[in-house]
Design a protein around this ligand. Structure first.
Ligand code: ZN
Length: 421
């Protein structure tokens, strides 16, 4: 009996020690909080004067264009995390955009928008333009009839391609595919690069599966020339042309020194294909030896298929960011993902927020603040565990934190000379 009580006392003592140890090492937590981050993916809003037209260039495929779908728990307005983030950013929302970045501990935000503006300017905001319209020059009527989402989304891509062509002074589609590439596709990418774009983004997963095959160029040319003047290509025919153009865009982006961002996650809306957005769908493109000059970033890290993303990170120059996943998955699940990724490809993991304007209770400023805090918490949990298990030193933990939050992005986008503010 006496022995048993001694054992019990010992057990309680051990339990108390374990409980009193915080899940994130205090020193590491402070260190991570101090890192000025590079946000790999977000949709910040222009500051618009009273009475001026609203900012509609924040996304090529805004969610309000599709029938409303249910949001996962942590994305719902009214969630305590959003209420707290809204309160913490109330005084900076809609004000000078740099203040919102400062509040979230973000040095540079990559703004994925149709166009930028004076209130979203370098060096704090860098542009990521949209590439999907360049892949979709023909009438997508058959493909767009697939779901209530695609019906409106294809039309938006067509409109944006017309805008790109207008910007170049091109009034109608050229007759041949090679001419289209020479007079529309390449000049648009060059124009975006000249305007400061560091990457182009594909939102293709909202429109079609990410299985970009390597078709016979002669077939792609045939499909283009047959339908450039009008008519509706069959779904298989159009896919052949799109797959060809995806590779041309990716190759040209690489030549111009721009990364290619690809949206991959379980998605939004009620008709999105999660299977079509599986990172494994990208395997054919990621294995294309002619695209090895291009760096790719799997935006949202393919969540919840983070293991598939991990497999893709081994090909060429493939990166992954944790934008939106930091909010949806929550720190416990995301820390598991980060740990797995960091054990294998520490130089390929990027921080991101996907901060966007979701209405009064969900401003982009609150989104940036919330995602930044959740990402830091997740990283702290992962690195603390690795440190306590003895797989890394404190110094290496701090280095990994800097890499994820800042230094990997500096290297990827060639911003290496920039000093933290
Ligand atoms: Zn986004």
């Amino acid at each position: 009996m006496r022995n048993l009580s001694r054992v019990t006392t010992l057990f309680i003592a051990i339990s108390l020690t374990a409980c009193s140890e915080p899940p994130v090492d205090r020193g590491l937590e402070k260190y991570i909080a101090g890192i000025k981050a590079i946000d790999n993916h977000a949709h910040p809003m222009l500051v618009v004067a009273k009475g001026a037209p609203a900012d509609t260039d924040y996304d090529a495929l805004p969610l309000d264009a599709i029938p409303p779908g249910a949001a996962p728990l942590r994305l719902r307005p009214g969630h305590p995390d959003w209420v707290a983030a809204t309160n913490a950013t109330k005084d900076v929302a809609g004000q000078k955009t740099e203040l919102a970045l400062d509040r979230a501990g973000i040095d540079i935000m990559l703004a994925n928008r149709v166009a930028m503006g004076p209130s979203l300017a370098p060096p704090r905001f860098l542009w990521v333009s949209f590439a999907d319209p360049l892949m979709l020059p023909l009438d997508g009527k058959l493909e767009s009839a697939r779901t209530p989402d695609t019906r409106s989304l294809y039309a938006l891509e067509t409109k944006l391609l017309r805008r790109y062509m207008r910007d170049l002074g091109v009034t109608k589609l050229p007759a041949s595919l090679d001419e289209y590439v020479r007079t529309v596709l390449t000049p648009t990418l060059e124009r975006q690069k000249k305007a400061g774009a560091v990457a182009v983004k594909f939102e293709a997963a909202y429109l079609r599966a990410l299985d970009f095959d390597d078709p016979d160029p002669a077939l792609a040319r045939l499909v283009y020339s047959r339908f450039a003047g009008g008519g509706v290509p069959g779904r298989t025919e159009y896919k052949t042309l799109q797959d060809y153009l995806f590779r041309v865009i990716a190759r040209e982006a690489g030549r111009l020194g721009m990364s290619v961002h690809i949206h991959s996650t379980s998605g939004a809306g009620s008709f999105y294909s999660a299977r079509g957005a599986d990172p494994y769908m990208l395997e054919s493109a990621m294995n294309d030896s002619t695209l090895r000059g291009t760096s790719f970033v799997i935006i949202h890290g393919g969540w919840p298929l983070s293991a598939q993303t991990l497999a893709m990170m081994g090909r060429g120059k493939v990166y992954a960011d944790i934008s939106m996943t930091d909010v949806i998955a929550g720190p416990s699940a995301l820390s598991d993902v980060l740990r797995t990724w960091l054990e294998a490809w520490p130089e390929r993991v990027l921080f991101g927020t996907d901060a966007f304007d979701g209405g009064p209770g969900q401003t982009w400023e609150a989104g940036a603040y919330l995602a930044s805090n959740l990402a830091r918490r997740s990283l702290g949990l992962a690195l603390t565990r690795m440190m306590r298990e003895g797989s890394i030193t404190r110094m290496r933990a701090e280095e990994l934190a800097r890499m994820v939050m800042r230094e990997n992005a500096l290297a990827l986008y060639g911003l290496g000379a920039r000093k933290a503010p």
